[in-house]
Design a binder for this molecule. Structure first.
Ligand code: ARG
Ligand code: ASP
Length: 690
């Protein structure tokens, strides 16, 4: 009786609480294992609708866009949506002073106006299948890790060779999952004539800039529109005027019904990299050493960049993209380390490891957390030196430039173009100040055992980073555009002797000789330990569903629309509107200066409640940008583009209270296409579910 009452109470509570699915990025091919749960959370389609190799399924409407984003097909004529920040470099490449599509937006008004993008591809997943046995064929347990690696490579290459067919655009790859306990073959069809159809002005597509990046409330219209072209047989082809719009096996129908708190959401895309099953040692290193140190170093760089950007409009333009790149991870790491600390993830993992070890005694999994602990103790100081090197010396632009020019000369490639690209966006006072700050930081924070001999000698000779800077920037030929442009392979001796190249190279050789071999050896051992530990964790918790860490392969993440509470007494509602854009609008602030046309449209009235973005609990990561956000009926309701910074530890540990993905509401895309782009012709090919 009592038991019945408790059960009934539980099921009542479940009925009235927003349902929680949240954590997990699942392999579509195994979706049959999740479909009951998805349906219990409101999904109304079947496993076959999500992924099938026998019939068209939703997977056939999802692509890997370029090499690091996701996109979705939205018409029978190959129309494609992704993010503005995913199409950014294409939009930029088509921009000039006369046609500044980044600034003003771009709208093809017919197919003939769509712009080709050499080098851009979209990859459709044809199928995935497990190939573990074939990959490990010939493996015997006496093999060491290096032998296993080469066996896996040989077998994997053979499998790929059997199915790949470059002449038909078929690419294949074998990917390790669960720390190489399993291998899957992924077969893609790659289309390479992908044209730009539309993009809003950056003041819409990048509205809020880095100020709002990783933040809520968010009002970024982060979309761009492309179209896939094929030859007359619908097969991949190089760009040609004779190509025709690609006819997809499946495309998304669009829902205009809108989202409400609690609605089921499903993100179908390609998350890049997560590490959910690492030991407490890795989490402690990331949260307490790596993230805080890299944040501090980037703060120095960002402050220097910002100081000069504020003084000069030309410098602001030169450094806006560089600054955005530095700031993106900088902000993400802040959320990550805070989130790890707030959740007590290190202590929670330590506790888990104690329980694991007690359970594992006498099994093949005995001693694994302890072994990882010992390996990390060896690896961390070396790895820290490597990360410090990357975030200091390698960020000095002149040094990197010297190395790039040297490589080009070595290979007999012309350097004039490299020089032009570099100097267009180079402001030497910024670089000089960063040089001093980075050398100083490296000197102060690395102990003597981790400083290259050359660095110690030179710094002692100059007496200070400032004196070293004065000499280096005065003497280096790389500060002189004319001299660099004129360099030929005959000048290699002068290039090699140049103080900028010498400093770069001294560090690089030190890395190659002192750090890299140690890191590689320990990483191999750590990987091996994780492979056992992963299996051990699965054996330890036989009832838990383990999703594989992200590796840029296609995944399903499901959850629901939800707000969150970032701090005491604050609650964030999950939907933002045009009213919020008007509240932020400020011609004085670059990130918040909206185009006049949006002000005019707003002034007409009636647009206050126009939705812009929404939050949900889907487990996403970098690479999920541009992913379709799908409702319970499989219709497109949004385009994923970001997460909230308080939840960016989701790459290591997922917290349903804080982890939210941010999506563009598809109705804002439709609004901007119609009101700002006047590209109504695109609506004719879209299919609306409601
Ligand atoms: N934070 C998003 C992601 O990681 C968007 C980055 C692009 N936007 C920017 N303002 N930097 O990639
Ligand atoms: N903004 C990321 C991307 O570009 C998505 C994320 O990290 O949530 O893929």
């Amino acid at each position: 009786m009592k038991k019945y009452v408790i059960l009934a109470a539980l099921s009542l509570a479940a009925a009235f609480q927003p349902l929680r699915a949240d954590e997990g990025m699942w392999l579509p091919v195994l979706i049959t294992q999740r479909i009951d749960d998805m349906q219990a959370h409101g999904f109304r389609l079947t496993a076959e609708d999500v992924y099938s190799v026998n019939q068209a399924s939703l997977k056939d409407a999802v692509v890997l866009f370029g090499s690091g984003c996701t996109g979705e097909v939205v018409s029978r004529n190959g129309l494609l949506f992704t993010n503005h920040h995913c199409g950014y470099s294409q939009i930029q490449q088509h921009s000039s002073v006369e046609h500044d599509y980044l600034k003003d937006g771009f709208w093809a008004l017919s197919r003939s106006e769509e712009l080709p993008n050499p080098g851009l591809t979209v990859s459709f997943l044809e199928r995935m299948e497990e190939v573990t046995d074939a990959v490990l064929k010939g493996y015997v347990p006496t093999m060491d890790e290096a032998q296993r690696d080469s066996l896996v490579k040989v077998n994997g290459d053979a499998i790929v060779k059997q199915v790949a067919d470059p002449s038909k655009g078929i690419r294949a790859s074998v990917e390790a999952l669960y720390y190489a306990n399993q291998y899957f073959l992924f077969v893609y069809k790659v289309y390479r004539d992908v044209r730009l159809v539309g993009a809003p002005p950056s003041s819409i597509g990048k509205f809020g800039g880095d100020t709002d990046n990783w933040m809520w409330p968010r009002h970024t219209g982060d979309f761009s529109i492309f179209r896939i072209y094929a030859d007359k047989n619908n097969e991949p082809a190089d760009y040609s005027e004779d190509n025709v719009p690609y006819t997809p096996k499946r495309f998304f129908t669009i829902s205009r019904a809108g989202v409400q708190e609690g609605d089921f959401t499903f993100v179908y895309g390609c998350p890049g990299s997560t590490k959910e099953y690492v030991s407490s040692d890795e989490v402690r290193y990331v949260g307490e050493v790596s993230d805080p140190e890299k944040i501090a170093l980037r703060t120095l760089r960002l402050d220097i960049q910002k100081k000069y950007m504020a003084q000069d409009q030309a410098v602001r333009i030169q450094y806006s993209s560089k600054n955005a790149n530095v700031a993106n991870a900088w902000k993400k790491w802040q959320g990550e380390s805070k989130g790890i600390a707030r959740l007590g993830t290190v202590a929670a993992k330590e506790d888990y490891e104690r329980r694991f070890s007690a359970w594992a005694a006498g099994t093949p999994y005995a001693g694994l957390p302890e072994r990882l602990h010992a390996l990390y103790a060896q690896r961390n100081p070396v790895y820290r030196a490597y990360e410090y090197y990357v975030e200091t010396i390698r960020t000095v632009e002149l040094l990197q430039f010297a190395s790039n020019v040297k490589s080009a000369l070595d290979a007999g490639r012309p350097v004039a173009g490299i020089a032009d690209t570099f100097f267009k966006d180079y402001y030497q006072p910024i670089d000089e100040e960063i040089f001093v700050a980075m050398l100083d930081a490296f000197d102060k924070h690395m102990n003597a055992g981790y400083k290259p001999e050359y660095f110690r000698r030179q710094l002692a000779a100059y007496g200070s980073p400032e004196a070293w800077r004065d000499a280096l920037y005065a003497q280096s030929l790389f500060t002189d555009p004319a001299r660099v442009r004129a360099l030929t392979p005959d000048d290699l001796p002068a290039v090699t002797a140049d103080p900028a190249f010498a400093l770069y190279d001294a560090f690089y050789q030190w890395y190659r000789q002192e750090l890299q071999p140690v890191i590689a050896r320990l990483d191999r051992e750590i990987r091996l330990a994780y492979r056992d530990y992963m299996r051990g964790q699965m054996a330890f918790e036989p009832d838990k569903a383990f999703y594989p860490d992200a590796n840029l392969t296609l995944r399903v993440a499901y959850g629901h629309v939800a707000g969150y509470s970032p701090s005491d007494a604050v609650y964030y509602a999950p939907v933002s509107t045009l009213k919020g854009i008007m509240e932020k609008d400020n011609p004085e602030i670059f990130d918040y200066n909206i185009p006049q046309v949006l002000r005019d449209i707003y002034a007409e009235g009636g647009h206050d409640s126009q939705p812009v973005c929404f939050l949900a609990t889907n487990h996403t990561s970098g690479g999920n940008s541009g992913s379709p956000v799908i409702n319970a009926d499989g219709n497109l309701i949004g385009i994923n583009f970001d997460r909230v910074w308080e939840g960016t530890m989701s790459d290591i540990v997922f917290d349903p209270d804080y982890c939210r993905n941010i999506s563009l509401d598809i109705r804002y895309l439709l609004f901007v296409v119609r009101e700002v782009g006047h590209a109504d012709w695109l609506f004719d090919e879209m299919v609306f579910a409601d």
